[in-house]
Design a protein around this ligand. Structure first.
Ligand code: NAD
Ligand code: NAG
Length: 308
């Protein structure tokens, strides 16, 4: 088999999420070569066979690979890990998924020096922090999909209320991709006009929208057992911004010195990964919510201090 292209993307974990991520990368033609990897080789092979029926649309090569292939990839996406069962929080997955992450990252050594590691498996903020440690890459090259998905869910709700396109709304969910997340209402705008001026929501209405956003995964998982399309689309967007050095500002999980953990706040994304954090002006209430979100993440991290 030919050597992997310099700008290949490796997707580790070929389950519901990994296969959907590969499909979205293929449709968007983000790179010419996508490698899918799973410990369950038969299942991975079947996913690749199924995906290969779609490559006629874009001429992207999809193939089954090994962790050695991933060592040469420009972007390595980690979706391997247990998923939430109905009623599980994302934090319930940590024991299993931390072990999986550690074993994968030790097998990836030596990792390409300019590789970007995108963590998708949950709990994404915690795993992103540990991936920074285990991978040995600069922290700026290891990021998590974080609350980009939650922000997109929020924008969808607001856009339908206002009957405008999602892309005309700038609104962010920040903090943990999980139960302690918060909406930065005071910074939300519609084409530059404060959101709450064009859509005067009461406190109760804001809480309801925030809850619907936060609970959306759980609502879907209760019926179909997993979520995949949203996170797949989000992963494709992140990879595009990296490969094409877009410098797009996106809410992503990344290392924040002032909080001492990884959580989602707006960041500038490009070929080198997180180019910089982008400032956000929260009001006092929101700042306190963000700090509480960081505290709850750090409490969990504290329980795994021997790993750090
Ligand atoms: N960040 C997000 O927004 C988001 C959204 C949805 C799901 N997720 C998370 O993504 C993860 C995957 O979910 P899923 O529905 O695809 O689960 P899944 O069970 O369908 O797939 C997980 C795959 O990982 C593989 N795997 C396990 N250990 C491995 C190893 N050491 N090396 C290679 N592969 C390994 C399994 O064989 C399985 O195929 C979960 O942690 C889930 O919570 C994150
Ligand atoms: C800050 O914004 C929130 C909405 O996110 C609002 O509920 C709160 O009253 C505001 N607080 C201050 C101090 O202005």
């Amino acid at each position: 088999m030919s050597a992997p292209a310099a700008n290949s993307i490796a997707v580790i974990g070929a389950g519901s999420v990994g296969s959907a991520v590969a499909f979205s990368l293929l449709l968007r033609q983000v790179v010419p070569d996508v490698v899918l990897i799973d410990i369950d080789e038969d299942m991975c092979k079947a996913q690749v066979q199924d995906l290969s029926d779609a490559t006629f649309l874009s001429n992207v090569r999809i193939r089954q690979g090994t962790l050695t292939d991933a060592q040469h990839a420009a972007i390595i996406i980690i979706t391997a890990g247990a998923k939430q069962r109905p009623g599980d929080t994302r934090l319930d997955l940590i024991d299993r998924n931390l072990k999986i992450l550690k074993s994968i990252l030790s097998s990836l050594q030596p990792i390409r020096k300019d590789a970007i590691l995108l963590i998708v498996a949950n709990p994404v903020d915690i795993l992103t922090l540990f991936a920074q440690k285990f991978s040995g890459l600069p922290k700026s090259q290891v990021l998590g999909s974080g609350t980009l998905l939650d922000s997109i869910r929020l924008k969808r709700i607001l856009a339908s209320r206002l009957n405008v396109a999602d892309t005309s709304i700038h609104a962010f969910v920040i903090g943990e991709h999980g139960d302690s997340q918060c909406v930065a209402w005071s910074t939300a705008t519609v084409h530059g006009t404060p959101l709450l001026k064009v859509l005067p929501l009461t406190g109760a209405e804001r809480d309801e929208i925030a809850t619907t956003t936060r609970m959306k995964a759980e609502t879907i998982i209760r019926v179909k057992g997993f979520t995949s399309y949203g996170v797949a689309a989000v992963s494709a967007r992140i990879c595009e911004a990296i490969i094409f050095d877009h410098r797009q500002v996106l809410p992503l999980s990344h290392w924040r010195e002032e909080f001492g953990c990884c959580l989602s706040l707006p960041a500038v994304l490009g070929r080198d990964g997180i180019i910089s954090s982008f400032p956000i002006h929260l009001n006092d209430t929101e700042q306190k919510f963000l700090e509480a979100s960081a505290e709850s993440l750090k409490k969990v991290i504290g329980g795994y201090a021997e790993e750090l």
